[in-house]
Structures are given as C-alpha cells and as structure tokens.
Write a protein that binds this ligand. Structure first.
Ligand code: ATP
Ligand code: FE2
Length: 324
C-alpha cells in the first residue's frame, strides 16, 4: 500500500497529512490568524513559508516514518490565494525532486467533498460551506456538478466580514457561534434565496448598518444572522436533495463546524427521511489529510503530473472525476 503525503496551503492554513489505504495516519496544521482585520494574502504566504518544515516534520513524526517512506506527494492546486498556493506547490516540488516521487495535483473543493467518504456517505448532496466557497454539489456523469451557490461572497467570508465590523478578529466564525448561543432574540434580516442560489451582501450591509446604529446587541445580531443564513443554506440543500433524488446530505468546509448549522441540517434530513453526515471538525476545516486522502484515490487511479502549476480559480465542475 502506498503512503501519500498531502499539502494544503490555499488560504489561512498550512497543513500536512499522511494517508495510507484510506486511513489518516497524521494531520498537522498551523493557521494564520489575526486579532483584528482580515486575511492578507502575502502575510499568510509568509506564514506558510515559515511553518512548512515544522508542520512537515511533525506529520512524519506522528506516523513514525522517515521521508523516504513517502510514495507520492499531493498538493492543493486551487482554488485559492495565489501567493499561498505557490508556497504549497513549491514545497511539493522540492520534496518531489528530493525524494524522486510523483506529484498529484488536487482540487481543494473536491478534497473537501471526497473526505466525506470517511463518514460512509456514498452518493451525497454536499453542502460545502467554507470561507471563499458556498456551493451545493453532487456527482453526476463524470463531474461534481454545482447545483446552487452563493452569487456573491462565500458564507465564511461573510461571517468573517460581519465579525470584522463587530471588532472580532479572524476567523470570526467560532466567536460568532458562541455569541449567538447567548441570545434567542430574533431581529428581522433579509432572506435572499433565488432558486438554489443565495446572496449574502445585502444581509451584510444590513448587519453593518445595525452595528453602526448601536441600537442592537451583538449577541442578538449573531443569533439572527445564523438563524437566517443557515435557514437559507438548508433550504437550498433540501431543494437539491429533492431535484437530484438523492437521500444523503454531507456537510463540508469550515463553517460546517457550527453546531447550529449541523442541527438544522439534521432536522431537515430527518423530516424528509434523508441521512445526514458530518466529518469531524479537524476534517471540515482546511487540512492536509483531505488532500492526501483524495491524492491517494487519484494516485491509485494513475493520475499524476510532471510539472503542475497552481490554478487559483479552478472550479469544482472543471475537474474530470476520472477515479469514480
Ligand atoms: P475554502 O478555500 O475552501 O473556501 P477556507 O480556506 O476559507 O476554505 P475553511 O477552513 O474551510 O477555509 O473555512 C474557514 C471559514 O470557516 C472561516 O470563514 C471561519 O470563520 C469559518 N468557521 C470556522 N468555524 C466556524 C463556526 N464554528 N461557525 C461558523 N463559521 C466557522
Ligand atoms: Fe477549504
């Protein structure tokens, strides 16, 4: 059985994971965070460059192998922030040259999806909710098709922006979830669903104005934001289940860590007799293990590249799913 190393570096996180025969042997990461303000791509790339060797050594140590025990190196090719992607690719190429092993370029979004197989979901509709991405995806005829998506910002970036106006550092998601738990006072917000797509910038403007007016408690805004936006996500996911005739929902991406979102998905699935699957938080957020996991599947299908480049704007439905 080959041992596959995976490198993740699309945005805030530099991660290295090791996978063998579909089992995660290690999953180490270090993430760039800020006290206030959002992510600065060049700063995040600098962070990745500084921590890469430490993260790599730790990942190998966890498995108890030396680097010559690695059979292939997978890395996140895109989508993501170019300076961050470059750090990951440079490191993958350095290792590939040094060890004489193949490189497997992996699409980050598809990795978020494929890692869901670890939950035993077989043919799910996936609600993929991360920083830059918000998509409802399902497999059909050789591609992962996007059935619905945000027409403006990703839900994680939206939450982080809301947090920034409220003076919360990056990432804001976990803090907003905590604040929301301390309120049950709903204040009306716009509800923007268009078929299977959603928009978030109108809600963000409204929230920003409410914060500036100083008439609202941040807990109430956090609560109302979650109730509104998560209902929009669950509604579109349910519509995708109905349209595709599938009966499994899989959650993926960092926003999937949110317990209230998980609960709402669970309720919707129960009501329509579908099954709900959610990987552990360590595999929902950006991580190297999911890159190694999909890397292994692709490597076993004979997919590798001599000199791949980064693809900062690669879309989920551009990837030829040759391994299914
Ligand atoms: P992608 O490149 O796939 O778009 P990403 O690089 O933004 O992903 P992820 O780690 O998948 O990274 O997701 C990070 C996002 O998840 C951040 O916007 C963060 O605020 C959000 N998040 C994390 N935990 C929670 C939570 N408990 N509730 C809501 N949002 C959360
Ligand atoms: Fe991600």
């Amino acid at each position: 059985m080959p041992i596959i190393l995976g490198i993740e570096s699309t945005a805030h996180t530099f991660g290295v994971g090791v996978v063998k025969d579909g089992k995660i042997l290690s999953n180490v990461k270090k993430s760039y965070t800020t006290e206030s303000g959002g992510i600065i791509p060049m700063e995040a790339a600098k962070h990745h460059n500084e921590v890469k060797r430490e993260v790599y050594s730790e990942a190998l140590k966890d498995v108890g192998i030396k680097e010559d025990g690695i059979d292939a190196i997978a890395f996140s090719q895109g989508p993501g922030l170019a300076p961050c992607l470059l750090e990951g690719m440079k490191f993958a190429k350095e290792l590939s040259n040094k060890l004489g092993k193949s490189i497997v370029p992996v699409n980050h979004c598809v990795a978020h999806l494929e890692i869901g197989k670890i939950t035993k979901a077989k043919n799910p509709v996936m609600l993929y909710v991360s920083g830059a991405n918000t998509q409802i995806i399902a497999y059909s005829s050789g591609k992962y098709r996007i059935f619905g998506e945000t027409l403006d910002v990703g839900v994680g970036n939206f939450i982080d922006n809301f947090g920034r106006y409220a003076g919360i550092g990056f990432p804001a998601g976990p803090k907003i979830e905590e604040l929301a738990r301390n309120s049950n006072k709903y204040v009306e917000l716009p509800y923007n669903v268009k078929g299977m797509d959603i928009t978030l910038s109108g809600i963000l403007t409204k929230l920003k104005n409410m914060i500036e007016s100083k008439d609202y408690k941040i807990e109430d805004l956090a609560y109302s934001m979650q109730e509104t936006v998560f209902a929009m996500l669950v509604e579109t996911a349910e519509r995708a289940l109905a349209h595709t005739g599938k009966s499994e929902l899989l959650l993926g991406g960092g926003v999937g860590c949110n317990k209230r979102l998980q609960e709402m998905c669970e309720i919707m699935c129960k009501e329509r007799g579908a099954k709900f699957f959610c990987p552990p938080a360590s595999l929902l957020v950006d991580n190297g293990a999911m890159i190694a996991y999909l890397g292994e599947i692709m490597f076993n299908a004979g997919i590798k590249e001599k000199d791949p480049d980064i693809m900062p704007r690669q879309r989920t439905d551009q990837v030829d799913v040759k391994w299914r």
